[in-house]
Design a protein around this ligand. Sequence first.
Ligand SMILES: Nc1ncnc2c1ncn2[C@@H]1O[C@H](COP(=O)(O)OP(=O)(O)OP(=O)(O)O)[C@@H](O)[C@H]1O
Length: 230
Amino acid sequence: MTKTYPNGLRALDEVSLTVERGSFVAVMGPSGSGKSTLMHCASGLDVPTSGRVVIGDTDISALSETRRTELRREQVGFVFQSYNLLPSLSIADNITLPLRLAGTAPDKDWLRTLVDRVGLADRLAHRPAELSGGQQQRAAIVRALIARPAVVFADEPTGALDLRSARDVLDLLREMVHGLGQTVVMVTHDAAAAAHADLALVMTDGRIVDTVTAPNADDLARRITKLETE
Ligand SMILES: Nc1ncnc2c1ncn2[C@@H]1O[C@H](COP(=O)(O)OP(=O)(O)OP(=O)(O)O)[C@@H](O)[C@H]1O
């Protein structure tokens, strides 16, 4: 796919990408290389100027904006750097909000499984401000997974966390992929974070220039530094 912004800037230049079900993919690259644009187009938040985006069996690029929004609610989960939890709602209500917006009742067993796994069972009645950053991000991960989406997009999910909480969140994402069969695409600047993924894609100038299987943090950091100084 290609994405050209109205100002003429080509942020994605004939990018072709297939994410296998049940895999954990990291997207890396220098600032301005097109990572966010790729995530926005691949998740249905935005549309490419040309090319197709298929999620599950559906070509979302062919849908009306209304239908694309519906499909995104049903099939795509999001995790953001700033957690994006609503401060006035309890953790339980934050987690189930997307389902309630879509008019669906939560699957109580699945909710219990996720909440137990992330260690938030005794925090459900609390407000987000009463939780640590790592706990808030774990709640956001449960919220992203509650509707059993086809794919979860995580945008710098550990960007606001200390090292230990970041590692917990990354281990959790990895376990959601390998233990529960989720599919996760994570945009990150951080080579150590990307090293938790099965595959790292390296972007430069709107293209994927490198694909690294079972990435190693030092090796990835070297590749990015080289691109930034070229
Ligand atoms: N809405 C927009 N209109 C015009 N240009 C844009 C828009 N959004 C992004 N760009 C440009 O497109 C290019 C790619 O941006 P993008 O945000 O996808 O990069 P990125 O790799 O996510 O960067 P960062 O790591 O700094 O977040 C940049 O040159 C950016 O300035």
